[in-house]
Design a protein around this ligand. Sequence first.
Ligand SMILES: CC(C)(COP(=O)(O)OP(=O)(O)OC[C@H]1O[C@@H](n2cnc3c(N)ncnc32)[C@H](O)[C@@H]1OP(=O)(O)O)[C@@H](O)C(=O)NCCC(=O)NCCS
Length: 195
Amino acid sequence: MTKVVPLAIPPRASARQHPLESPRLLLQPLDTTDAQELWAAIEGSRQHLGRWLPWVPFTDSLTATLRFIEASAIDWDTGRSLRYLIRERGSRRLLGVVGLDACVHLHRAAELGYWLKRDVTGHGFMTEAARTLVDAGFQRLHLHRIRCAAATDNHASLQVIARLGFRFEGLARHAEWVDARWLDHAVFAKLATDD
Ligand SMILES: CC(C)(COP(=O)(O)OP(=O)(O)OC[C@H]1O[C@@H](n2cnc3c(N)ncnc32)[C@H](O)[C@@H]1OP(=O)(O)O)[C@@H](O)C(=O)NCCC(=O)NCCS
């Protein structure tokens, strides 16, 4: 019988107490105490985010943001998704969100997703945050495969994926209906065993 290696998902409280760290950033699980800041971040970047992310029009109030955070807590606690708030280390200002979604324990697989506030793009924050999470995913959680997809015309996201060393696997046509148009997705993945 094949041995199943379960994903080593840390308890949410301990992940919050001991954030993932990189030179400029801290990554902490979303918490209801972040709701106001998260709502302000989404509201302030609505157009920038809404071009690429299908959930943006549905996150239309502080209450909806709170519901998303509560759902994320349940997803974390049931081992389905790990969603982290990205904060700058020194100032503690909120920069965006990065997460591993759709965790499948049997296959040790997950999907990387992310966004930044519009006014903090262009500094390499997402490359740093996503690299930190991907490394933790392989080294601490024992993931074997991380998938990441971006619209074929989302050049900023495609650059992030390229910098992280993901390999191109194919195209998913009309994968999402976002901002009143179909997005074709370029699909990439990285394996724990890749160079
Ligand atoms: C996708 C997204 C997170 C990319 O943001 P980004 O700021 O371009 O990505 P990074 O934070 O990695 O920064 C890279 C940029 O910073 C520059 N940079 C500056 N210092 C850097 C550093 N130390 N390391 C790496 N890049 C650095 C890079 O040259 C690059 O700029 P360029 O695009 O002009 O070449 C952002 O555009 C976004 O939130 N988009 C909307 C939501 C979205 O599309 N999410 C993904 C769906 S698949």
